[in-house]
Design a binder for this molecule. Structure first.
Ligand code: DI6
Ligand code: FE
Length: 402
């Protein structure tokens, strides 16, 4: 039996996924797993003998987890950005056939290879900012073939880059032009063909919906949740982003992994998340980009003990932002999270929102996905907006940066 390669980092200031540890720690990795975390003072000579020392001093966190992205898409929407600056709202643009649908046309027209090539620099930006796990949604195809095409690109990215990719089928993102006057028939297509086809190819780890006046009703979303449940897939929802329709409570009734956006969520919705054990995913990039004023109910979520996650929502319309550490800052400045809450939101709580509680933490037995940063304290990652602070990035025990 071969003994796994052991590596040690000494004298680290640790944010372990939940909190910042007060004393300097030593972290030992064996193969692809964290073997032990000791106070530096207790590190014994034997461990040092057998492990290669990879670093001394610095701030270590779990690898960041971006639990809500739309990284795969065709085209771009700078023109729509200009229209909003001239006074048009996101909803008005969507209702006029632009918005998500303009990305749908560009995505349908692109080949799998083109989508892969265009997603590559976006994914690289996340990797270079410390992400080791990313969720990627479909939702710009809106036909069975085009949704599967997007999911294949997402899977392929996970095979070609040193990052864990989880995929989410978001067929119910917008009403496709072909079903403009019969959105129920499109829901039939999702339930009867799209979900089964994605399951047959092993392409979806979860199913998501956009519950909104410009997208799908609560009743329609519930039909999608039922079909997902029948295929054993966990669900998520874009809910309460622009209005309070009750999508979050509906998702919670189906044991959702998370409800995302939730700016308009009320106390009843928060209680539904708490009772279901679902996570709240806050997306300050979309709030910022759309210059929203309605903030998510952070204090109510905090009091209720609902785990709060943070993600980029990276997409061409409402959040063309591809810098995860910026979300730490926006989560604090815009939503008044503490730096520790923001960091937990992109590590342990993001792992929960993906149904992977083993990720997003520095603990003995956890996968060795971690980052070492050129900062003095973990809070500094949220305090300053600054690229190139990543010193080392380790995924499954392999150093891929630094
Ligand atoms: N909410 C969002 O923030 C993204 N999708 C959604 O339902 C935006 C997608 C886009 O504008 O392209
Ligand atoms: Fe989104």
């Amino acid at each position: 039996m071969t003994t796994p390669h052991r590596q040690v980092w000494r004298d680290m200031t640790l944010f372990d996924g939940h909190r910042t540890m007060t004393e300097p720690m030593a972290v030992v990795i064996a193969g692809s797993t964290i073997e032990a975390i000791y106070p530096e003072a207790e590190l014994d000579a034997r461990t040092l003998d057998e492990a290669s020392e990879q670093g001394r001093g610095g701030v270590m966190t779990p690898g960041l987890i971006d639990c809500h992205t739309h990284l795969v898409f065709g085209g771009q929407r700078a023109g729509e950005f200009e229209m909003r600056l001239e006074g048009a709202s996101y909803t008005e643009i969507a209702n006029a056939g632009g918005g998500i649908l303009s990305t749908v046309y560009a995505t349908r027209a692109a080949s799998e290879n083109e989508l892969f090539e265009r997603a590559t620099p976006r994914l690289q930006a996340l990797i270079d900012d410390g992400v080791t796990t990313v969720e990627i949604k479909s939702g710009y195809g809106l036909t069975v073939a085009d949704e599967l095409k997007m999911l294949r690109v997402a899977r392929h990215l996970g095979q070609r880059f040193p990052i864990h990719v989880t995929t989410t089928l978001l067929g119910a993102h917008a009403i496709p032009p072909e079903y403009k006057n019969d959105s129920d028939a499109y829901i039939d297509l999702i339930c009867q063909q799209m979900i089964p086809a994605a399951v047959a190819e092993g392409l979806a780890d979860a199913v998501d919906v956009f519950c909104e006046t410009i997208a799908f009703s609560v009743a329609q979303c519930e039909r999608v949740f039922e079909a997902a449940a029948a295929h054993g897939l966990p669900i998520k929802a874009h809910a309460e982003q622009l209005s309070n329709l009750g999508g979050t409570a509906a998702a919670a009734r189906f044991g959702a992994l998370s409800a995302d956006h939730i700016e308009y969520l009320d106390a009843t919705g928060v209680a539904a998340l708490r009772d279901a054990g679902s996570a709240a995913v806050l997306l300050p990039g979309a709030f910022y980009t759309l210059a929203e004023t309605q903030k998510p109910p952070v204090e109510t979520l905090r009091q209720a003990g609902v785990p709060m996650s943070l993600a980029t929502d990276a997409n061409p319309g409402s959040s063309p932002l591809f810098m995860p550490t910026l979300m730490l800052n926006l989560g604090c400045t815009l939503f008044r999270l503490t730096p520790q809450e923001a960091l937990a939101g992109m590590t342990s709580n993001a792992a929960g929102a993906l149904g992977h509680p083993e990720l997003g933490q520095l603990a003995a037995g956890a996968p060795a996905d971690l980052c070492v940063w050129n900062v003095e304290t973990p809070a500094e990652l949220a305090y300053a907006v600054q690229p190139n602070r990543l010193h080392q990035r380790v995924i499954a025990g392999e150093i891929t940066h630094g």
